[in-house]
Design a protein around this ligand. Structure first.
Ligand SMILES: Nc1nc2c(ncn2[C@@H]2O[C@H](COP(=O)(O)OP(=O)(O)OP(=O)(O)O)[C@@H](O)[C@H]2O)c(=O)[nH]1
Ligand SMILES: [Mg+2]
Length: 471
């Protein structure tokens, strides 16, 4: 067992640089542990106060000295936070030196020489957990906040940190306890109360199973938000898919040529659209072909389309033929499909309204077509607006801003649900009540494990190693 994986509370004082490496306006050096104040006093001299009188939660400006050489190292701001009302629950201090790389590291070195130990990744948060300042899902929420890449993921992670997920899990736990109590009552007084408990038990068990199921599926939604929506550009060869891709990402990313079958491999780019991360994927044009390389490209295109959240189905305005291969694949993609009619700059014919009507009659798409020109950029704002609306539509399906955010939570919920369903089946089959009681208890244990409960070191290590040093 390595020291850093120990569940036993460590007593040494830890220190680390908490700001990202590199030059910036200010850096942050953080320490936690019983020796925080004595160490601080040996290196920091405030301008205004007598140095022995440093009070908790006050900001002091002063100087850091190298205690070995007496050299003045930097002017810093400093705050001391007395435990247990601190992030970790221990005495802590934070120093804000100028944001240089050398001075910051030098100050850290001084603290280490004065007896602090360099913190492991996530050790401040791990101590907060071990000192009961936060539970495990709150620790996970902190990590999700740091990694959030959109407002939606940020809101869900903040709700998790603010205890709304705890509330949901507690509610399920209360249901479990109710079910367990019913079973215990049946064990004690079988004849008298069976009738009254029978229906009630099944009803409650079903309700709880639904709640757990809802939480489990919230993970998929969170994941979708986190990785961003994928937008696949598909259509027949030469309709201008790669040109549209290049316009959207505002660079010459994909090769464009007048030769049909130019794009063979699919090409991906990440960008932000209406403040959300999205992945744009340009694919090989779809047509019947005997060429093996092109066939492979088309096979990949079809896979991309199948797993896409949104498909931009591109037509050339001068040739509104649909790709037959695409037709079957698109059946599954109705709501997320936006028809895009490209090359309007070359069009001198009928009213666009008539074309729109033709397309809708012929293909029956759920969304109206947008008319664009990748050459002149006409229509791109409307296309982005259409994308925005489809994204909103998909997001509206993600109603709840309270949900789970990690695979660990999902697996434990699934485990708990399994026990609950076993208990329910056994109850229906009239199996021994003691067995049902065991299942319910195991279901509760799995729930408890989500918020902390009896958690193995390996689980903690896996979580905290995802954090940065200094968090
Ligand atoms: N006039 C005009 N030409 C366009 C427009 N968009 C694309 N083109 C031309 O159409 C041809 C095909 O464009 P690409 O972007 O390579 O088409 P693609 O759909 O990616 O083709 P494949 O990769 O072969 O399937 C090129 O010669 C482009 O310059 C447009 O809006 N107007
Ligand atoms: Mg192409």
């Amino acid at each position: 067992m390595s020291i850093n994986s120990s569940l036993i509370r460590e007593i040494d004082t830890i220190c680390a640089i908490s700001s990202p490496e590199g030059e910036g306006a200010i850096s942050i050096i953080r320490a936690s542990g019983a020796e925080s104040l004595p160490i601080l006093k040996k290196a920091f001299k405030p301008y205004s106060e007598n140095f022995y009188k440093i009070k908790s939660r006050r900001f002091y400006t002063g100087r850091i000295f190298d205690f070995q050489t007496g050299a003045y190292v930097d002017e810093v701001v400093c705050v001391f936070i007395k435990g247990p009302n601190s992030y970790t629950g221990e005495d802590m201090f934070e120093l804000y030196p100028h944001g240089g790389i050398f001075n910051t590291k030098y100050i850290l070195e001084i603290m280490l020489k004065l007896g602090a130990r360099l913190a492991y990744k996530g050790e401040f948060t791990k101590r907060a957990y071990l000192n009961n300042k936060i539970n495990l899902i709150k620790a996970e929420a902190i990590l999700e906040i740091i990694k959030a890449n959109s407002l939606k993921t940020l809101v869900i992670a903040n709700n998790e940190l603010n205890g709304l997920l705890d509330e949901k899990i507690n509610k399920i736990k209360e249901d479990y306890i109710y079910l367990l109590a019913s079973i215990e009552a049946l064990i004690d007084f079988p004849e008298e109360i069976f009738e009254s408990i029978n229906d009630d038990f099944l009803k409650k068990a079903n309700e709880s199973a639904e709640l757990i199921g809802g939480l489990i599926s919230s993970y998929e939604n969170y994941e979708l938000n986190k990785r961003g929506f994928s937008i696949v550009i598909a259509g027949a060869p030469n309709v201008g898919k790669s040109s549209i891709m290049n316009r959207l990402v505002e660079k010459k990313r994909a090769i464009v040529s007048d030769m049909p079958g130019t794009t063979r491999d699919y090409i991906e780019e990440n960008l932000f659209l209406s403040n959300k991360p999205v992945k744009i994927i340009d694919t090989a044009g779809l047509r019947e072909t005997c060429e093996t390389l092109e066939q492979e490209g088309i096979r990949q295109s079809l896979n991309q389309i199948k797993s896409a959240d949104i498909v931009l189905y591109v037509f050339d305005i001068n040739d509104l033929e649909e790709s037959k291969i695409l037709r079957n694949t698109l059946e599954e993609q109705k709501d997320g499909l936006i028809p895009v009619v490209n090359k309007v700059d070359t069009f001198g014919g009928e009213d666009l309204k008539i074309i729109e009507k033709n397309i809708m009659q012929k293909f029956g798409f759920a969304n109206n077509p947008v008319f664009v020109s990748a050459k002149t950029r006409i229509g791109f704002e409307s296309m982005k607006q259409a994308l925005h609306e489809v994204i909103l539509k998909i997001e509206a399906g993600i109603k709840d801003d309270v949900g789970i955010t990690t695979l660990r939570q999902k697996n434990l919920l699934a485990k708990s649900l399994n026990f609950l369903l076993n208990a329910k089946d056994k109850f229906t089959e009239g199996q021994p009540l003691e067995l049902i009681s065991i299942d319910l208890r195991d279901g509760i244990i799995a729930l408890d494990e989500i918020v902390g409960g009896v958690t193995g070191e390996d689980v903690l290590d896996m979580l905290f190693k995802e954090f940065c040093i200094g968090k």
